[in-house]
Design a protein around this ligand. Structure first.
Ligand code: PRP
Ligand code: MN
Ligand code: MG
Length: 190
């Protein structure tokens, strides 16, 4: 991964900071869902995590493993960016859920909320499927980039409005495999 080093201007969130934050959020989530999905959880009552591919994949897997309550893992793939660095607001479903979420407690797992357009669209889409509850956990959020206000229950880090990559986040499909989150050098996309 040293090949990437000159493309990253600075490390914004270290591996260690990611790990610590995930443990904190996991503890909070487990406490909040202990009534609905804790003790009496089972095939029909487990908390359902919906990871938004591809960006959320690293966070989803680490978060699920950090949670002390059983969860079921589901994935959706939507795309709003393509290869551009700014949000288009056009959301496409690339892969839908393959299960019904009616009556289930659902937690959407996102890597980042930028404009909020993807999540706003996704929440409306999933709410229409009548889950028992629908909340969002995101590792990163850019408060200065928000275009539509989405109610997000769990936020890892609020970060500046810069283009960031790593830990699932890409620029033109690269850098997802970095174990930390860094700022992309403008020379890369200039
Ligand atoms: C990125 C990111 C979020 C979304 C945030 O996904 O992973 O899902 O954009 O942007 P927004 O708040 O402005 O809508 P992207 O569409 O790049 O797809 P990817 O996860 O496959 O990289
Ligand atoms: Mn994404
Ligand atoms: Mg992307």
């Amino acid at each position: 991964r040293r090949l990437y080093d000159e493309d990253i201007s600075s490390v914004l969130v270290t591996e260690e900071q990611v790990r610590t934050k995930i443990a904190e959020i996991a503890e909070q989530v487990a406490a909040d869902y202990s009534e609905q999905c804790g003790e009496r959880s089972g095939r029909e009552t487990d908390l359902v995590l919906i990871g938004v591919l591809k960006g959320a994949v690293m966070f989803m897997t680490d978060f699920a493993r950090a949670l002390p309550v059983p969860v079921q893992l589901e994935f959706m793939a939507v795309s709003s960016y393509g290869s551009s660095t700014s949000s288009s607001g056009v959301v496409r479903i690339l892969k839908d859920l393959d299960r019904d979420i009616a009556g289930r407690h659902v937690l959407i797992v996102e890597d980042i909320i930028d404009s909020g357009l993807t999540l706003n669209w996704l929440m409306n889409n999933l709410q229409a499927r009548s889950p028992a509850s629908l909340e969002v956990v995101t590792l990163l959020r850019k408060p200065d980039a928000i275009k539509v206000d989405v109610p997000v229950k769990y936020v890892g880090f609020d970060i500046p409005n810069e283009f960031v990559v790593g830990y699932g986040l890409d620029y033109a499909e690269r850098y997802r495999d970095l174990p930390y989150i860094g700022t992309l050098s403008p020379t890369v996309y200039a």
